[in-house]
Design a protein around this ligand. Structure first.
Ligand code: B12
Length: 492
């Protein structure tokens, strides 16, 4: 394909910009990950002949003010940004920098935040266009319009500001069924050696092999189609092989909310990894009701290093309130199997869901130490937008009206803690500290970790974990964020 003249610069915000006040060192240990959204969109645009560049502010430890000359040097026609709700203020800052440094670029923004508050987000005039939902087809359409110099006001899937300043949302696009059409992320544009996470073998990469989620957990931001779509396992293994051979990647984080859907798919994937004799290890997130001994045994043989599952609560009553659709018994069984198969395990728990009692929280703390986990993460429930939790919190007055809408329009604001009749913010913080202490200061766990540690790397991991944990517990912020979906991946 001949090269087109339109140039697109993708810029990833500095995730630490809106994170809790941890030291730079601790924040880096918690994780600096590639932006799959931007790398994937860059690959797709390049595949269609467009010239692309990518700046990962987080990985390069730059803030928008440091990136002006890079933008001017690249001279983009389009600057493409991504935003999660918590990354919204950081995204605005980049867009404002671009408008100041290189005003002729069209600033396009997409991501979960735009699917929730598309019109409100566009009240910020540093953005020229917002994209709702899956981005590939819409982004390509925008590039084609820019390339041909056509009017940009009627592109499906976008929100625009008209010449009279009116914000108009165009009709949406159908959810793409075949995600195999999209090339793998433009790994060559990413600073692969700058990504970091305490618990991962380096260098590492991340992948997402499915899109959509059919479950409706009450705390999860429902920003995607519930229709599940899968990448062909052979293409997944192609990418794993590429990452191992090209970048020496030692571990891949499979960021799918539920990696283990489809026994046949799991079998095909594992057998293909084994057939190609890949050495790269991987870790996955799963629901406890989607794992079985046969699948985990195969995945383990194929290189599965650890499995993360959302447990969230210690009582079936609270699980029901969360609409998690699992039971304590299923949780015990899933972790027992994982342990017996020899896979490292991590559980995610939530403190302070509405209608949970102190007895429920105490039971969660006890339960989390009783199921043989190697790692546990405890978050204080946060009512993110587009969740049932947020709807209920608004109805009951736990948050002040549509907080996130105001946050969007104001460009940020202190994240509200979910204080209920039962729990003050301080009480929740105490419970979270208690949970961490109770879990990690158990002599049996320390003994088990020391005896299992395969060498220096794992010991360093543990020591690093202690440093980060002590900073988190000292910080006044409870950092939230429920064990998103199936289980959080360990920000806290
Ligand atoms: C990987 C991941 C992370 C990684 C991020 C790595 C990185 N550097 O990007 C880490 C672990 C750091 C992380 C952190 C958090 N995450 Co997160 N994360 C995910 C996860 C599992 C996958 C994201 C991904 O890569 N998907 C694959 C790509 C290809 O899809 P995508 O990002 O959606 O992009 C597509 C479209 O959105 C769109 N698009 C996106 N950007 C753009 C830009 C343009 C220009 C265009 C045109 C289109 C477009 O096109 C893309 C391709 O179709 C999602 C859930 C999910 N299944 O997507 C949650 C999710 C995005 N995270 C979520 C949350 C809540 C968080 C945290 C707040 C959790 C915490 N404990 O702190 C933090 C926020 C950090 C921050 N400050 O931003 C929520 C966001 C909800 C919201 N309202 O914003 C999600 C949706 C989970 C959920 N359902 O609740 N997360």
């Amino acid at each position: 394909m001949s090269q087109k003249k339109t140039k697109i610069l993708f810029i990833k915000y500095h995730e630490a910009a809106d994170q809790q006040p941890l030291s730079k060192k601790a924040a880096e240990k918690l994780g600096i990950f590639p932006s799959l959204a931007l790398a994937q969109l860059a690959a797709w645009c390049r595949h269609h002949g467009y010239q692309v560049g990518l700046i990962d502010l987080h990985a390069e430890n730059l803030y928008p003010k440091d990136a002006g000359s890079r933008v001017r040097d690249f001279a983009p026609d389009i600057v493409a940004l991504t935003a999660k709700t918590l990354g919204w203020p950081a995204t605005i800052e980049i867009a404002q920098m671009v408008k100041a440094e290189y005003p002729r670029a069209l600033v396009v923004v997409g991501g979960p935040q735009l699917s929730i508050y598309p019109k409100e987000s566009m009240t910020w005039d540093c953005f020229d266009m917002a994209v709702v939902g899956d981005g590939e087809e819409t982004m390509l359409d925008i590039c084609d319009h820019v390339e041909s110099g056509s009017e940009l006001d009627k592109i499906p899937g976008t929100v625009i500001r008209t010449k009279d300043g009116e914000i108009v949302q165009n009709p949406s696009r159908p959810v793409p069924k075949d995600i195999d059409r999209y090339p793998m992320p433009a790994w060559d544009l990413l600073p692969m050696n700058s990504y970091n996470c305490l618990t991962l073998l380096k260098p590492f990469a991340t992948m997402v092999t499915t899109r959509g989620c059919p479950w409706h957990c009450g705390y999860c931001s429902q920003v995607y189609s519930e229709k599940l779509r899968f990448r062909d396992p052979i293409l997944v293994v192609d990418e794993m092989e590429f990452l191992e051979k090209t970048y020496g990647v030692r571990e891949i984080v499979m960021f799918d909310e539920t990696f283990t859907i489809g026994k046949k798919r799991m079998r095909k994937l594992s057998e293909e990894i084994l057939r190609r004799n890949l050495k790269v290890r991987f870790n996955i997130r799963a629901r406890v009701d989607t794992v079985d001994r046969e699948t985990l045994t195969l995945l383990k043989r194929a290189g599965l290093r650890s499995i993360h599952m959302g447990v969230e609560a210690g009582t079936d009553r609270v699980l029901k309130i969360m609409n998690k659709q699992i039971t304590r018994e299923q949780t015990e069984k899933a972790f027992r199997i994982a342990r017996e198969v020899g896979i490292e395990t991590r559980g995610y728990f939530m403190v302070g869901y509405y209608d949970a009692t102190p007895a429920d929280v105490e039971e969660m703390i006890r339960f989390s130490s009783s199921i043989g986990l190697d790692w546990a993460s405890y978050s204080v429930a946060t009512a993110l937008p587009a969740t049932d939790l947020y709807r209920i919190a608004q109805e009951r007055g736990y948050v002040d009206g549509d907080f996130w809408r105001r946050y969007t329009i104001n460009g940020g604001g202190p994240i509200p803690q979910l204080e209920t009749e039962t729990f003050t913010a301080e009480r929740l913080r105490q419970y979270r500290t208690k949970a961490y202490m109770n879990f990690y200061l158990r002599p049996d766990l320390i003994r088990r970790k020391l005896s299992k540690s395969e060498g220096r790397e794992e010991l360093m991991e543990m020591l690093g974990g202690v440093t980060v944990l002590s900073e988190i517990l000292k910080s006044s912020i409870m950092k939230a964020v429920p064990s998103v979906g199936i289980g959080k991946w360990g920000t806290v």
